[in-house]
Design a protein around this ligand. Sequence first.
Ligand code: M6R
Length: 610
Amino acid sequence: MCGIVGYVGESPISPILLDGLRRLEYRGYDSAGLAVLTDEGVAIRRAAGKLRTLEELVEREPIEGNVGIGHTRWATHGRPSEENAHPHVSGDVAVVHNGIIENHTELRREVRESGLELRSETDTELVAHLIALELAKGCDLREALLRTLGRLKGSYAIAAISPRVPGKIFVARANSPLVLGLGDGENYCASDVPALLPYTREMIFLEDGDLAVVEAERVSIFNLRGEEVERTLRRIDWSPSMAEKAGYKHFMLKEIFEQPRALEDTLRGRLNRAEGKIFGDEIGLSDETIRGINRVLFLACGTSLHASIAGRYWVEALAKIPAQAELASEFRGRDPIILPGDLVVVVSQSGETIDTLLAARLAKEKGATIVAIANVIDSAIPRLADAAFYTHAGPEIGVASTKCFTAQLANIFMLALHLGNVRGAISPERSAAFVEALAKLPQKMHETLLASRQLASSLAKRTRDAQDVLFLGRGLSFPIALEAALKLKEVSYIHAEGYAAGELKHGPMALLDELLPVFVILPRDEQRERTLSNLEEVKARDARVVAVATRGDEETLEKVEDLLDIPEVEPELSPFLTILPLQLFAYYVADFKGTDVDQPRNLAKTVTVE
Ligand code: M6R
């Protein structure tokens, strides 16, 4: 939520800051601003609305300098407006901030009582004032920031500049991502890797409680006690073009079509085809630990939760271990019970979702072994986990997650298969068949995307005026129904529900009429017959039915007007394919409606507020 970028060096500063913000716009897009140190002090440019408005302002009123910070906002405290846009200034200090300061009411009172004028409704302005109040006591900026951080409760990534310390950006983090980028005679900071990819791949991921000073020739990192600390330098292998649209109209469409490649990269080096197993080293669990697992508990939010629900089926089917998938936000809302032998698998594309991070922390405090499945290297969740099993989908820019969903499915399936192999819960023949089937999946995904593109688009044209859409599935198709509904809601703003097909008669059937499009997901598996009966029930109530089924399923074809087909695949692997036409459908509905596909209203890519 919200994006931060900062630069210290000799190159023209505005293009670097604006380009960084453009690459971060998916993190927040209701207002944006820049602060640059100039000969006259701090120059500020801020504008409500999309980044384009700020770019136009900077064209009309250029700023030059060697040190600057920028911000793109997703409103938390205070509506989207120029006054609430960052940077916020107090005295000669300019501050940008991601996250939420929870004790803002108390701090606001204190700032008011000190006689300082509040010009915005934001919690960030309070941070700027607190720093200014500390500076007034005579300390330097680093000390003033340290003292201020000690007063803040909540989550933050902060960057601050002031002409009293030219040539330096001060940054700090707690529960909100922040990365430093190292260049040659120039250095950077940002809330997310894609902002820096065109400039450097040498990066340092800050940890909670770090305060860093970024200068052109060096970066120095301190803990909250002011002691200098070392952090690992990482080389990121994402390329800048991975974060470009590459001729596609939207990132979402590009990322949908990237899925065969993302899956191939995620499987690479992990399939032991010679022995029909998974190379399980990265999963980081000893065979002894695996044999001692009594339960697998997945924790995640949104799309990552849907991948986890598929994981529940796979862990039970392949490893014969009881499994659950839980909403991370609800897990934290109780006093959950973690028992010896619990393996907690935390799934998060960004690795920074605050609800998931805090749930993982709680599970860890209660003694669980944690495996993280994440896409962003060295992000907070994998860092907290006992082992990090990364997906290799590349940067996902569209707010609606697509390629990371299928990459998560791959890691979760490999994990389940590995557990099954170590525990002897699956026969070597069946395991080898799955490994071979996984290796063939990228090609099948490619075929599915090409074959369903046209029909998904024509269905979208016919459905764009629908008020509601229902998605039904059983077994492994249930999480796909949930995910398809989430995709449609997010990007098209049409109300949609995903339901377990067996639940239909327990309530949702009352919704059925000739205006309601119903998508029934019934690949060839052992649930198909029962789902087909549900499809009949839906048809009998005059609803418009579309099926997602296996190519050659004549029986289903006879019953529906439209059938989105997938190639023949092992029933356990059908989710990798059934989701594809439904992602395309959601995309095309949104595109026909003209919504902001990559940056849907009110949403942000990484949710770092509770
Ligand atoms: O980064 P995460 O996987 O932890 O994010 C979880 C959800 O915020 C995310 O999946 C969200 O639901 C997406 N916008 C779905 O497309």
